[in-house]
Design a protein around this ligand. Structure first.
Ligand code: NAD
Length: 367
């Protein structure tokens, strides 16, 4: 890979390789953009075919975090870490993640880490032994805990904003909502919309989540035949890329007018976002809708977590989704593109203020 070209293409600030032979740590931290604040992004602990794949993953995910934080109105930049997992080698996770924590401390606040695929609260606790630049550890005073309730709440308020755009009212009463995947987020979302009087049709590939959803009052549909039912809103809350060549016409035929869910990367490709728009459906961009967990974690840096303050911030997802619709209308573009534009415009506007000198300038980590 031509590294500097890859960094230059999307204006990446920094790519850091961390190596500790003793503990087997091989970490890649990518800091994409810190205009709005320190780069926050989780640590993924995963196996990769080769180092290039791991670097690409770190870079792609870091850039995604820049957009997510910016479009969610957070004073955070975008970053991510990938730690290459060696399944052959027995390592002490405590030692390895403490070594990583020391490297993070060395970045002096440019990067804040958190849990991601393959890392847990316990791992964050190891990192916390060495640095304060970590969120989601159970040991830190004022920690925020499980992010799923905030994620579900954000999806709920964002869905309401999308409903307002599609139906002229943000009330979900009487709406038929098809939730794909009733796991940690999907189930809480189902409870919220049912409390408002919506009818939920839920699918899941596992019996446990299906049973729990049914007992809570959801109608259950077969995961392989989801779009055989008629619905107003489709909420993908399982895996990504479910809006694709195979499903898009089925989604339309099911009468769905709004796509608003928690899953990451719902559009298999950008052109599916164009198609949704052409078919007259409203798509609430995934990375804004599912930012509630990130907003919750970021609140830890406001001098300790406050559930009340975090909830107020998550409620603003409604406004952010409305801003996306305004930009989409203003520029005549689909909403997935408008979300990126919202992020880019905010970063560009704030970048302009960086010309003003301020000694020890304030940021989320030194309030
Ligand atoms: P989860 O694993 O708890 O729930 C996912 C559910 O989807 C599971 O019950 C699983 O059985 C089901 N499922 C998997 N494949 C399916 C299929 N083909 N059809 C129907 N059901 C299927 O995960 P979660 O934490 O609820 O997250 C859901 C989605 O939201 C994921 O894409 C995740 O990346 C995203 N997300 C979650 C959070 C969070 O705070 N948990 C934050 C941001 C984004």
């Amino acid at each position: 890979m031509d590294l500097f070209k890859a960094l230059g293409d999307h204006n990446y600030e920094q790519l850091i390789l961390m190596n500790d032979k003793e503990t087997g740590l091989k970490a890649i931290t990518c800091i994409h953009d810190t205009t709005l604040g320190p780069g926050l992004g989780g640590t993924r602990y995963w196996t990769y075919e080769n180092e290039e794949d791991a670097i690409e993953d770190a870079m792609r995910l870091a850039r995604g975090m820049t957009y997510k934080s910016a479009a969610s109105g957070l004073s955070l930049g975008g970053a991510k870490t990938v730690i290459i997992k060696d399944t052959e080698k027995k390592v002490s996770e405590e030692a390895m993640f403490r070594a990583f924590g020391r490297f993070v401390e060395g970045l002096n606040g440019r990067y804040i880490t958190a849990a991601d695929v393959g890392t847990t609260e316990i791992i964050m606790d190891h990192i916390y032994q060495e640095t304060n630049y970590v969120a989601g550890t159970g040991l830190k005073p004022g920690t925020s805990g499980n992010p799923s309730p905030s994620t579900a709440h954000g999806v709920y308020v964002g869905m309401k904003a999308a409903a307002k755009k599609a139906f002229g009212s943000d009330s979900l009463e009487g709406r038929r909502i098809l939730i794909e995947g009733v796991g940690k987020v999907g189930f809480l979302l189902a409870e919220k919309v049912m409390a408002e009087g919506a009818h939920v049709i839920a699918s899941d590939i596992f019996e446990g989540p299906r049973k729990r959803a049914q007992e809570a009052g959801c109608q259950i549909v077969d995961a392989d035949d989801m779009f055989s039912v008629q619905a107003d809103i489709y909420a993908p809350c399982a895996l990504g890329a479910t809006v694709n060549d195979d499903t898009i016409d089925q989604i339309k035929a099911a009468g769905i007018k709004v796509i608003a869910g928690a899953a990451n990367n719902q559009l298999a490709e950008p052109r599916h976002g164009d198609k949704i728009d052409e078919l007259g459906m409203v798509y609430a961009p995934d990375y804004i809708l599912n930012a509630g967990g990130l907003i919750q974690v970021a609140d830890e840096f406001n001098g300790g977590y406050s559930a009340k303050r975090a909830r107020m911030s998550v409620d603003r997802i409604y406004d952010q989704i409305e801003k996306v619709f305004e930009i989409a209308e203003r520029d005549g573009i689909p909403t997935y593109m408008a979300a990126d534009r919202l992020a880019e415009e905010r970063i560009a506007a704030v970048r302009g203020t960086r010309r003003i000198f301020a000694r020890d300038a304030k940021s989320i980590i030194n309030r």
